[in-house]
Design a protein around this ligand. Structure first.
Ligand code: C2E
Ligand code: CA
Ligand code: CA
Length: 632
């Protein structure tokens, strides 16, 4: 490719040079003939003969050009020109003769048509001629005629000037051609630049405008609404099960799905609307002219319906639902970054409450997000300032009525807001990852406290620690437990961990290993809020679970709700067959204790016996009921 372009440049160069040389030679031949005629007319036959001879040799140069001997032709032309000028210089007035004005033509021609070597050679020759003329005159070897200026001299000057003008004209046209070429080249560069810019604004995969370009699209649409009193509707749309498609069918199938859906959305939109690919499986749809939030919601719902139609990829029939958040601009905000934030918040809220549908942004959503951000900051400070405390709630053996164990429950004593319930900050700490630090502190603290109580003589007391699934995913719980055990000196059998069923949804090799090692340490595994989550009970045996805690929602209505009663009966029966211990949570009244007792549920936990208590109060409680039946 490179070679071809190089050779084409060379041939272009040769054609251009031979054309220019031909033009110059013809001009010189004509000039020589005209000058020869002039010389004949004034009776100067010698000079006329020289000029005619030059013209004839120049015709030979033309022949050389025809035979493609460009170099020879150029050299011959320059040689004829130089020698003719040299001859006339010596013949006439030497260095003072007007003929020497023609030397620049030689040099200009050499520079334009020849090469550096030729240029230097002729430059030297001219220098030599000038020097020679001055020397021979100086030493008296030869003396040039010095005559007054005549009309003849004028004719000679005009002839030389004409030839020089022609040479300059050729150079100028070449320069002009170069300028045109440069201009065209520049245009091509500009076009490529625009193309590159366009590509930078496009999403490579779907060919939709990308995130970078979305902002410009939004402001363009917004500026148009100013004149016609409408709004821009923005839909932030996120695919619900894209990850599953990607993981299950591969990235290529995922890419194909995104492209197919992009085309579908594009088709469904009007001429004033734009769809941009915002991120992995997120689309931003800018509706150019809408009247209300309701209308935007309707259009979003239509799009979602469209998206949910099956797509066929590699013989697979894929159905994708999507969740969307909607913002109306400029009514809700006219700032693009805010629009995106609001639409994202609305989408996120919608995903939490009704995945697969669409919600419009409301101020209260923003308040919730701001409150959450503040809470995260507060939790950070709480960790630094040790504002957390562990409370303990007893679990009672229903038959013997004695304390069997106690659950450690975290409390946050906020300096200005007072006690904050774990239900309010644990979910936030889970999403922010702060649960790792908090959870580790709970483990250490519970182990230390348990050891203290054992040392006080309550040696059969078991302390249950709540562990979040996030701790399993993002930290090494097994190591945290073993470190806390060795630091505190508590026997591992005095510990129990409460796990929620959601932990088993993402069953992985890592989880299996962790749970097995925890079990091997001698720590009992207990399943919290049993009955509310995952329905596949296979994990109960696989992980050697020791206890299940029936969720308090079933226990509280045990007396009046037949269904809850049936569920509790079934759970207790199943647990007995699997040899699992059952704990009933949220026992508030005596009548429930009675029912649980007849159903042969082993343990109960709830306000009926005691609320969660701070260490001091729980120590008193232990003193009172550790060895005696707990009769509130
Ligand atoms: P959970 O593990 O289900 O804890 C039991 C919750 O029920 C506790 O709420 C407890 O105070 C409450 N409770 C106990 N008896 C009764 C009763 O008779 N009636 C009613 N209505 N409620 C009763 P708490 O302490 O507010 O904790 C709420 C949740 O926060 C816990 O639910 C647990 O999921 C989480 N949590 C608490 N401490 C920790 C912790 O240290 N780590 C983790 N990861 N989560 C914790
Ligand atoms: Ca629990
Ligand atoms: Ca529970």
């Amino acid at each position: 490719m490179k070679n071809r372009s190089l050779s084409s440049t060379t041939s272009y160069d040769a054609t251009y040079k031979s054309l220019r040389l031909t033009q110059l030679i013809w001009a010189s031949i004509i000039t020589s003939f005209l000058s020869a005629i002039h010389r004949l007319l004034i009776g100067n036959y010698n000079q006329a003969a020289i000029l005619c001879g030059s013209a004839i040799i120049l015709v030979c140069s033309l022949w050389l050009i025809k035979k493609h001997h460009l170099q020879y032709a150029t050299s011959l032309f320059l040689l004829v020109l130089t020698s003719t000028i040299g001859y006339f210089m010596f013949q006439k007035q030497g260095l003072r003769d007007e003929v020497i004005m023609a030397f620049p033509i030689v040099l200009l021609s050499a520079a334009l048509l020849g090469n550096n070597r030729l240029f230097i050679a002729f430059f030297m020759i001219i220098l030599f001629l000038l020097l020679a003329n001055s020397i021979v005159n100086e030493i008296g070897l030869y003396t040039n005629e010095i005559a007054p200026i005549t009309l003849n001299d004028g004719v000679v000057s005009i002839t030389i000037f004409s030839l020089m003008a022609f040479c300059i004209w050729l150079t100028a046209t070449d320069l002009q051609r170069l300028v045109v070429q440069l201009f065209r080249e520049n245009q091509r560069v500009q076009k490529s630049k625009a193309e590159i810019e366009k590509l930078a604004n496009l999403d490579f995969l779907t060919k939709l405008p990308n995130r970078m370009h979305a902002e410009a699209c939004f402001y363009k649409a917004l500026s148009k609404t100013m004149s016609n009193d409408t709004n821009v509707g923005v839909i932030f749309l996120d695919l619900d099960n894209f990850k599953a498609v990607n993981d299950g069918l591969g990235h290529q199938a995922g890419d194909m799905l995104l492209c197919a859906l992009s085309r579908r959305i594009e088709k469904a939109l009007g001429p004033k609307d734009v769809v941009c690919r915002f991120g992995g499986d997120e689309f931003l749809i800018i509706l150019g002219e809408v009247n209300s939030l309701e209308q935007t919601l309707e259009l979003a719902a239509d799009l979602q319906l469209n998206i949910s139609r099956p797509v066929f990829i590699n013989d697979n029939h894929i159905e994708t639902t999507s969740t969307a958040g909607v913002v109306l601009s400029p009514l809700q905000t006219d700032d693009f970054q805010q629009v995106i934030r609001y639409a994202d918040i609305a989408m996120y809220e919608c995903k939490k409450s009704s995945k697969g549908s669409v919600t419009a942004f409301t101020e209260s959503m923003n308040d919730a997000v701001l409150a959450r951000a503040e809470l995260i900051k507060d939790i950070e400070k709480a960790i630094e300032r040790h504002e957390f405390e562990l409370y303990y709630q007893p679990k009672i053996d229903i038959r013997s009525k004695k304390i069997s164990s106690a659950e450690a429950l975290i409390r946050w004593n906020h300096p200005t807001k007072g006690m904050i319930s774990p239900d309010d900050f644990i979910p936030v700490a889970e999403t922010s990852g702060q649960i790792i630090q908090i959870g580790n502190w709970v483990i250490e603290e519970a182990c230390k406290q348990c050891k203290l109580w054992i040392d006080m003589g309550y040696d059969k007391l078991v302390i249950a620690i709540n562990l979040s699934p996030v701790q399993f995913q993002r930290s090494n719980v097994e190591r945290q437990l073993s470190t806390a055990i060795s630091c505190s000196g508590v026997p591992p059998t005095a510990l129990e961990v409460e796990l929620t069923e959601s932990l088993f949804i993402n069953d992985s090799e890592k989880l299996r290993k962790t749970l097995n090692s925890i079990r091997e340490m001698g720590i009992n595994l207990s399943i919290d809020d049993f009955g509310t989550g995952y329905s596949n009970l296979e994990y109960l045996k696989r992980f050697d679970v020791g206890t299940i805690k029936i969720d308090k929602s079933f226990i509280s209505k045990l007396a009046e709700d037949e269904q809850d009663y049936a569920i509790v009966c079934a759970i207790i029966e199943m647990a007995s067959k699997l040899d699992l211990k059952v704990v009933a949570e949220g026992v508030e009244v005596e009548s429930i204790v009675g029912i649980l007792s007849t159903l042969e549920c082993q343990d109960g936990q709830g306000y009926f016996w005691s609320k969660p208590l701070p260490v001091k109060k729980f120590t008193t409680y232990l003193g009172k009921y550790y060895n005696a039946p707990c009769n509130p």
